[in-house]
Write a protein that binds this ligand. Structure first.
Ligand code: NAD
Ligand code: DAU
Length: 361
């Protein structure tokens, strides 16, 4: 394949590019990423890719990439992805997630459907949040669950899903869409629950639990998500959508208790950690759980997400391989071993330097 990966310097995009490169050493991979606060060029260090610093909304750039490089497969991750940010400032979400996706679709249509057309695939990466919120006894989200997005983020993703569907239905663009649950793993920007709480725990900062902490998410290790996307690319039917889950529905409090206990265990097992992170309660033998702090709930906070995995399992042969316990342990190890990575992404001056030092085309 000759791939264009949008958002390939963000959390899931980086993991996907690394996953794909390991499995397909000879495939061409072009990454297009605007390097927003969530994108980090250094996350792709050591991986053979052609990196383009640019915006998905730049249709001339995208057309040039698609046509000039003979791209046949576009995997679209680029987005504004954090629900809390969408509540405080929705505009960027409308701009990137709706208008940016539409711009990509227009470019793909122009390049791939002109003349007799070329074999191609536009794969759109979306979220289970488009289905809204479940009650405790509601059936899990299936691919036919009606859309009911509740936050500006999920509404913008829902709009993009509809546009992707429409470009297939109206123009015949070869699209697939996957809607997945909460990812975690290496290279996740420390604003999302797991990396934020890990890094706060290492610095002795409060762990801010929204509301009663009993909101439920289905935790999906990012490597399983990448396997799911690869399965859609290989076996998915054009025009269809597939839900990808991790088979690990857990209340936030359980995730947070797992995290606190794991940090305590890591410090007990490795005395060097107390020297590296002296502000952590665990450095003086105190429980990390003492940092738990209840804060005001997120406005419109969705109560429960759950994925009905049957279609992906039956049609794609997809099943997650990592339990939450295994995936979480590996993630903690990664963050402890890659302190320089998370320190660099938290440092704005580093981001500014990257933006200024990579050519835009
Ligand atoms: P992220 O925020 O970590 O990364 C987003 C990437 O997109 C960044 O590298 C950023 O620089 C880039 N980007 C943003 N605007 C851009 C633009 N206009 N042009 C080019 N690049 C741009 O996001 P993520 O967590 O890796 O999520 C990737 C995709 O998966 C998103 O579409 C998101 O909605 C979806 N998703 C994420 C999760 C999750 O748990 N993280 C779950 C379900 C779906
Ligand atoms: O379900 C898929 C979605 O998962 C993706 O589409 C989004 O891009 C991704 O950000 C994620 O959304 P969530 O809102 O579920 O993830 P987040 O990590 O922000 O929060 C997970 C849960 O933890 C949620 O119930 C809110 C809660 N939370 C989060 C933070 C950041 C807290 O209690 N405290 C916090 O500080």
């Amino acid at each position: 394949m000759n791939l264009l990966v949008t958002g390939g310097a963000g959390f899931i995009g980086v993991n996907f590019v690394r996953f794909w490169r390991a499995a397909h050493p000879d495939d061409a991979i072009t990454v297009l990423d605007a390097l927003t606060y969530a994108g980090n060029r250094a996350s792709l260090d050591g991986v053979t890719v052609d990196f383009i610093h640019g915006d998905i909304g730049d249709s001339v750039l995208v057309e040039t990439l698609l046509a000039g490089r003979g791209i046949d497969t576009l995997v679209h991750f680029a987005a504004e992805s954090h629900v809390d940010r969408s509540i405080h400032g929705p505009d960027a979400f409308i701009e990137t997630n709706i208008l940016g996706t539409h711009s990509l679709l227009k470019a793909a249509r122009k390049v791939w459907l002109a003349g007799s057309g070329v074999a191609h695939r536009f794969h759109h990466v979306s979220t289970d949040e488009v289905y809204g919120s479940l009650g405790p006894d509601d059936p899990a989200f299936s691919e036919t669950t009606p859309y009911a997005p509740n936050s500006p983020y999920s509404a913008s993703k829902a709009a993009s899903d509809h546009l992707v569907r429409a470009y297939h239905h109206t123009y015949g663009l070869s699209v697939t869409t996957s809607n997945c649950s909460n990812n975690y793993g290496p290279y996740q920007f420390p604003e999302k629950l797991i990396p934020l709480f890990l890094i706060n725990a290492l610095h002795g900062r409060p762990l801010p639990i929204y509301g009663d902490g009993m909101q439920i998410r289905d935790w999906l290790h990012v490597e399983d998500h990448c396997r799911g996307i690869a399965a859609v690319l290989a076996h998915g039917q054009v025009g269809e959508t597939y839900n990808i889950g991790g088979g690990a529905e857990l209340p936030n409090l359980t995730v947070i208790e797992t995290l606190c206990a794991a940090v305590d265990g890591a410090f007990a097992a490795d005395p060097a950690l107390a020297g590296r992170f002296p502000e952590a309660p665990a450095a003086r033998g105190a429980p990390t759980a003492g940092l738990k702090t209840t804060v005001t709930d997120r406005p419109g906070h969705d109560r429960r997400y759950a994925i009905d995995e049957r279609r992906a399992r039956d049609e794609l042969g997809y099943a997650p391989q990592r339990s939450f316990a295994q995936g979480f342990a590996a993630t903690l190890d990664w963050y402890l071993a890659n302190e320089s990575w998370w320190r660099s992404v938290l440092d704005g001056s580093y981001r500014d330097w990257v933006a200024a030092n990579y050519a835009t085309r």
